[in-house]
Each structure stands twice: as C-alpha cells, then as structure tokens.
Ligand binder design. Structure first.
Ligand SMILES: NC(=O)c1ccc[n+]([C@@H]2O[C@H](COP(=O)([O-])OP(=O)(O)OC[C@H]3O[C@@H](n4cnc5c(N)ncnc54)[C@H](OP(=O)(O)O)[C@@H]3O)[C@@H](O)[C@H]2O)c1
Length: 510
C-alpha cells in the first residue's frame, strides 16, 4: 500500500524499476563494453534492478551465449564503478541472452521478437522492454523498420511499456535530425523516446539546478545586472584516437557544441521550472534555445581550429592531418569557439562564449560565470591591481565541484585586495561516490523518468543554431581556406583569443 503521507515527488529513497528486458543492439561494440554493461552491473550491485530483469544482446558477431557471457563479464569487471561481487554477476549472467544477426536479417529479428516473448514467460518481464540503439547512426532506419515490422515496439499487454534509447549524434544537421525524428516517431510515441546526452547524467550538471534553484544566494544575481559573461568550456587532451571514420566530416561543433555545450548553456540560462519534472524542465530549456541569437558578424565570432603536432604531458604528439584515416588537406575542425547571445530580459547584453577542442592542455569541462566588477571601489587603485572579476565556476569534470573566486585582503598592515578561491569538492563533501552518467541514465530509462533526456524540439532548436555556423565554415573552405592550425598542448588557435579580446575579455585558464 502506498503511504498517503509520502510526496510522490520524493526522490530520496532509491527507486527500483519494475520487471523488464533491456535489449542492446550493438552489444559487442565499444560503447556497450565500456559503458553499458558496466552500468548494468553497477545497478544490479546497488540493488536497483528488479528480479524480473533480463539483458538481451544483439550484434553481427557469431558468438554463443557462453562467449558473450565471458566477454561481458570481462567488460563489467573492467568498467565497474562499484566493487566486484561474483554472486551479482552470476544473477545477471543467468538472465542474459545473446542473439547473433545482421540488421537486415528478417529471420534474426523474428527470432528476437519470439525470444522477448519467451523471456517474458520464463523470467516475468511483464512485457516491458527498452531497446538501446548502440549502433552506427546509418543503421538506425533499418533497425527501427525491423522493430516496426515485428511489432516489437508495440505494448502488447495493457500497462506494459516499450521504450527506445537513441545515442548521439542526433543527425548531421537540421534536415537530417528532422528526418531521424520522423523515423523514430513513426515507431515510438514521443514519451517513449530517450535521447542520451550523457552530460546530463553527470552529477555536477544536475547540481547546477540545485545550486541555482535550491538556494537564495545565487538566483537574485543570475542576470545581466550582475553577470558580465558566461564561458562554457569542454577541453580534451586526447586527439581523435582511432575514431577518424566518425570524426572526419563531423568535427568539434557537431560532436560537442550542438549537444553537450548547448545543453549546458540551456541549464545555465533557463528560468526556474514550475516543477522538477521532464515537461517543466524541457519547457524552460526550449525557451532558452529558441531565444539564442548568433552574432551579426558571425565570421568574427565563430572560430575553428585544427591541432597541429606539438607536445603534451612531455610527449610529442602528431597533428590531426597525420592521424590514421584522416584525409589529406582535411578541413574538419578539432576546435570550435562561438559567441552566442540569449535574447531575453534576463540575459540581454550578456555574451555566452562556448568552446571545445581536442589536444588542449588538459581534460576539463566547466561553466564559468564571470560577474561584473563592483561599480565603485573605495580603495586606492594600486590596492586592487590584483583583483579580477568575481567568478563562480561549476566544474563538471574532473575534480567535480564549485569554486567561488572573490577578492580578499592580503594579510598585513597594507590594504591590498587580491583574488582568492573558495572550493566545494564533491569528493570531500560527500562520502558516497557519484554514479556514472550511464548508470544514472539507464536507470531513468527503465523507470520512465525523462527529465534528463533532450526531446525532438531541443535537438532541432540546437541544429538551428549550428547550421549557419557550418554553412559559414563550408563557405570559408571554398573561398578562404580551412581552419586555423594550433599547436597540440595549447588552448586553441589565436583566433579564439582574438575573438574575446575584441569584446575586451579573455578566456579563463581552467
Ligand atoms: N563509443 C563511445 O564512446 C560513444 C560515445 C557517444 C556516442 N556513441 C554512439 O553510440 C553508438 C555505438 O557506438 P560504438 O562506438 O559502440 O560503435 P561500434 O564500436 O562500431 O559498435 C557498433 C555495434 O553495432 C553492431 N553492428 C554494426 N553494424 C551491424 C549490422 N549491420 N548488423 C548487426 N550489428 C551491427 C556491431 O556489431 P559487430 O561488432 O558484431 O559487427 C557493434 O556491436 C553510435 O551511434 C555512436 O555514435 C558512442
């Protein structure tokens, strides 16, 4: 019996989904091995998977159940966040099946549909199933059509559910995103589609909402009266590794800006949602994305770069053009920086600078809120020479936490004011480790909680922002040449610094 005194929105107690099957298409791939299988293990280890849970893997490789179990176990052991317990794995393995087949093979999908029914009978999944498309994007249409043909996407029993999980990239531009959305919508209803932007599963990103809306301190100054500018950075020290096939022709703007960074912008800039649920959060995020404007002089505020050879952590690394699989004279950008404006009363005149790049000095993702300087300082000018603007920095990764930078008196008889930092570190403030993003998001899919998943409108609004930038860069390729080179181990091309200097600002050095 439900407790009448308990608020249904109370999320402090662990929520365990009902019985269900998780079908992973592309279960032999990189993402499944590195993230999805370990996430399933971690959820089971935390007691967050129901007794009637089954894992069903589908891929081309001709593996038997035994081979698959062995490989999945190694993947789980390697990637698990929580301690290893053989009995937990044993329970998962007992309820795991692998089905080899190609996406264009009707027989294999008929078998899969039958297997789902059989597992419902043998394991009591209550007809519930989530289908994870951990597959190359060009295979989405085939797999969706197969699901439609076999009726796999339909809830056969009343009160049962069928959901689909779609991995990024969500299209290549606005037109392809609309087409992909149309395809998915033909097979699943909008509420049953979960698009993964794994950044939204990160604890620090969710903490941004707690920081803003659970405190009195920040919200009154979260506007153009007090904020000078916002800088959102996602930097990687790695190059493209072995992913040239995917990265060539995609580039930094499509890979990171269109999804992760625009989602971070939306969460930073949005108004308070009426409730903390999917529909209310989405309504506020979409308002922001629709209010984003590109600068009139776009060429001056959309800077791209490509890494050249250089030194990183004492090691010589090659340039992008020399990476395996990269086309000669490739114009794919590995660095992108843009200025955006949010045309609302709250944000009028506050630039949002977004940047992302590979082979930058270190791996870091952060949101830097730069405040205006105090309108008047009663100190002598020399006393505040070392005083910068106040800053609130939300560190998304690594060293998850929040830093507040403000001026403080230097000890001594003089009145010198200098910047100091006050730090909140997740790792120190709480004893419990944060769940991995995929662990959190997978659990939400099984629970049907869509709060952390972008919907069609958000994806399409984001492409509306990115498309003109891509068009400009294609035009530049044809008439002026490709992206500016930057040395590996430096913070991007000179053009990115010039872009902020033009506005009388400078990038934070994270
Ligand atoms: N890897 C990541 O870290 C990452 C991060 C973000 C998003 N993603 C997205 O996640 C998805 C999966 O990425 P991934 O890196 O795991 O790719 P991947 O390593 O290339 O794996 C692809 C999987 O799909 C299967 N597959 C491909 N074509 C098939 C066909 N015709 N019939 C049956 N199975 C087929 C492969 O099976 P076989 O190997 O047996 O042929 C394999 O299991 C992609 O959409 C990617 O954009 C990946």
């Amino acid at each position: 019996m439900t407790n009448p005194l308990r608020d249904p929105r109370d999320r402090r107690l662990p929520r365990v989904p009902g019985p269900c099957a998780l079908v992973v298409f592309g279960v032999t791939g990189d993402l499944a091995r590195k993230k999805l299988i370990p996430a399933v293990y971690d959820l089971a280890n935390r007691g967050l998977l129901p007794p009637g849970f089954v894992l069903l893997g589908f891929a081309r490789r001709d593996w038997g159940d035994g081979d698959f179990e062995q490989i999945a176990k190694e993947a789980a052991k390697k990637g698990a966040r929580t301690g290893w317990r053989e009995e937990v794995w044993h329970r998962i393995a007992e309820a795991t099946k692998f089905l080899p087949g190609s996406f264009d093979d009707d027989d294999a999908f008929d078998q899969l549909a039958q297997l789902l029914k059989d597992l419902d009978e043998s394991h009591g999944t209550d007809g519930n199933a989530a289908f994870y498309l951990s597959i190359p994007p060009n295979a989405f249409p085939t797999v969706l059509k197969q699901m439609e043909r076999t009726g796999m996407a339909d809830n056969e029993q009343t009160n049962s559910w069928r959901r689909v999980v779609v991995e990024k990239p969500f299209g290549h531009d606005l037109a392809s995103a609309i087409e992909l959305n149309r395809l998915v919508d033909e097979v699943f209803t909008a509420d049953d589609v979960f698009r993964i932007d794994h950044y939204l599963g990160k604890e620090t990103v969710q903490n941004l909402l707690a920081l803003r809306f659970a405190n009195e301190l920040f919200e009154p100054i979260w506007n153009s009266h007090h904020i000078d500018s916002v800088q959102i950075t996602m930097a990687e020290d790695v190059g493209i590794e072995s992913r040239a096939g995917f990265y060539e022709g995609t580039g930094a703007a499509r890979d990171v800006l269109q999804n992760h960074l625009l989602q971070l912008l939306a969460l930073t800039a949005m108004d308070e949602p009426v409730h903390f649920d999917a529909a209310a959060l989405r309504a506020e995020k979409i308002k922001v994305l629709n209010a984003v404007c590109l600068p009139k002089e776009l060429a001056a505020y959309a800077v791209r770069g490509q890494y050249d050879q250089g030194w990183l952590a004492g090691e010589r690394v090659k340039g992008y053009q020399a990476e395996e699989g990269v086309k000669p004279q490739s114009t794919t950008e590995t660095f992108a920086a843009i200025r955006l404006d949010v045309e609302t009363r709250r944000w009028a005149g506050v630039p949002f600078y977004l940047r992302t790049g590979k082979r930058l000095p270190r791996r870091v993702t952060e949101i830097g809120i730069v405040f205006k300087k105090a309108p008047h300082l009663p100190f002598a000018q020399n006393d505040t020479e070392e005083l910068g603007a106040n800053q609130l920095v939300v560190r998304v990764q690594p060293d998850e936490g929040v830093t507040l930078r403000f001026g403080s008196k230097v000890p001594g008889t003089t009145m010198e004011v200098r910047d100091v930092a006050m730090d909140f570190l997740y790792g120190e403030a709480f004893t419990e480790n944060s769940p991995e993003a995929y662990e959190r998001l997978l659990l939400d899919v099984l629970l049907g909680d869509a709060a952390l998943f972008p919907r069609n409108e958000e994806v399409e609004a984001s492409w509306r922002i990115i498309d003109p930038i891509e068009a400009l860069w294609t035009h530049q390729d044809e008439h002026h040449g490709g992206p500016e080179l930057y040395r590996a181990g430096e913070w991007g091309p000179r053009g990115a610094d010039e872009m902020l200097a033009r506005d009388g600002r400078a990038w934070r050095r994270p």
